[in-house]
Design a binder for this molecule. Structure first.
Ligand SMILES: [Zn+2]
Length: 348
């Protein structure tokens, strides 16, 4: 299995993350990527640096006005009087939480504060001077791994950071700026008629769902913690099944807090069966390790032993597979779960 990683991804080092009414040090930090590199090296995998992503590959998922915002936001924000160290929104538009899918038009407001509210969904996406470069490098990593699979590799691991599955077409959210899994799926679609994205991060991949919600060529399936009282709160419910041509191409399997290995593994088995029924010819895995019981964000009771089991299930699909790194915030749990998964999936 080839492993892709760009050192530019370490450049995103925000100091602020809003949680429970406080700004604290972000859980999503460069140590996570370095821990993953070290743990996968024990399996004999060494990372290859990706070439810079084709901007066109990003624009297949994200509109140009959003990419332009991310590229210019830091410098524009710094021009504000008394600007803080990082871009953070403090005003948000009215936004219907019901069924807004696809990209919105560019906002009428031209000011940086209004645009921050339009394009940044929460306080987990503080932007530094290097954030855009790191996010683009993360997308590059996903694209390079996907090109390897499109070219015939059985599987490739994209060690993406910052992660991607909460990023909407035109909105950063939940530590995510570009939706790496969606970029991977669009590249795979150039060769494969039907692609499934299966997401086993403990958070619902709301951005990915939104991007493909009306599509019948890309299936999205997710196991995650019930969002009734958990991030991302507004999406991830079992009655979200897709719309229009995409009706039936979206499957959410929320788990009650406290659910353990049995429920988690059974849910991944259902996702794999659904991808098979869909006729997926290639797979993107949104791989998060934050369902682990030791993760600081986890409300589930999943152990390291679950990860080789779900790898076995996903491997049995026998489809070309891109593994895209998403969440996982306990360095100790990440160092166990990720290599356990990859070893079971097969390092060859
Ligand atoms: Zn997560």
């Amino acid at each position: 299995m080839r492993l892709f990683f760009s050192a530019d991804q370490l450049l995103h080092r925000p100091t602020q993350y809003g949680v429970h009414g406080r700004l604290v040090r972000p859980l999503e930090n460069p140590d996570r990527a370095e821990t993953l590199i070290g743990s996968l090296a024990r399996l004999g995998l060494s990372a290859e640096a990706p070439p810079a992503v084709d901007r066109g590959a990003v624009l297949k998922v994200h509109p140009g006005h959003y990419v332009d915002f991310l590229e210019t936001a830091y410098d524009r924000f710094q021009a504000l009087p008394n600007a803080g160290p990082e871009v953070l929104p403090n005003a948000h538009p009215y936004f219907s939480g019901a069924s807004v899918f696809g990209a919105r038009p560019a906002p009428k407001t031209q000011g940086i504060l209004g645009q921050c509210g339009w394009y940044i969904g929460d306080l987990s996406c503080a932007m530094t001077a290097q954030t855009f470069k790191a996010a683009l490098a993360s997308a590059s990593t996903a694209a390079a791994a996907t090109e390897a699979v499109r070219g015939g590799a059985r599987a490739a691991f994209a060690l993406c950071r910052p992660p991607g599955h909460h990023a909407y077409p035109d909105r950063a959210n939940g530590f995510c700026f570009f939706n790496n899994a969606a970029i991977a799926a669009e590249i795979l679609r150039q060769r494969f008629a039907r692609v499934a994205i299966l997401d086993f991060d403990t958070h619902h991949g709301d951005g990915t769902q939104a991007i493909f919600y009306a599509r019948d060529d890309v299936f999205f399936g997710s196991v995650h913690t019930d969002p009734t009282a958990y991030y991302p709160h507004f999406f991830g419910y079992g009655d979200e099944r897709g719309t229009g041509a995409g009706e039936g191409c979206n499957l959410n399997l929320p788990l009650a807090p406290g659910s353990g290995d049995g429920a988690y593994v059974a849910a991944v088995r259902r996702l794999a069966e659904a991808a098979d029924d869909f006729g997926a010819e290639a797979i993107v895995l949104s791989a998060g390790w934050d369902a682990h019981r030791d993760d600081p964000l986890s409300k589930l009771d999943v152990s390291t032993a679950a990860y080789p089991k779900i790898a076995e299930i996903l491997k049995s699909l026998a489809r070309p597979t891109v593994i895209v790194q998403e969440g996982g915030y306990s360095l100790a749990a990440v160092a166990e779960a990720a290599p356990a998964f990859v070893e079971s999936f097969g390092v060859d």
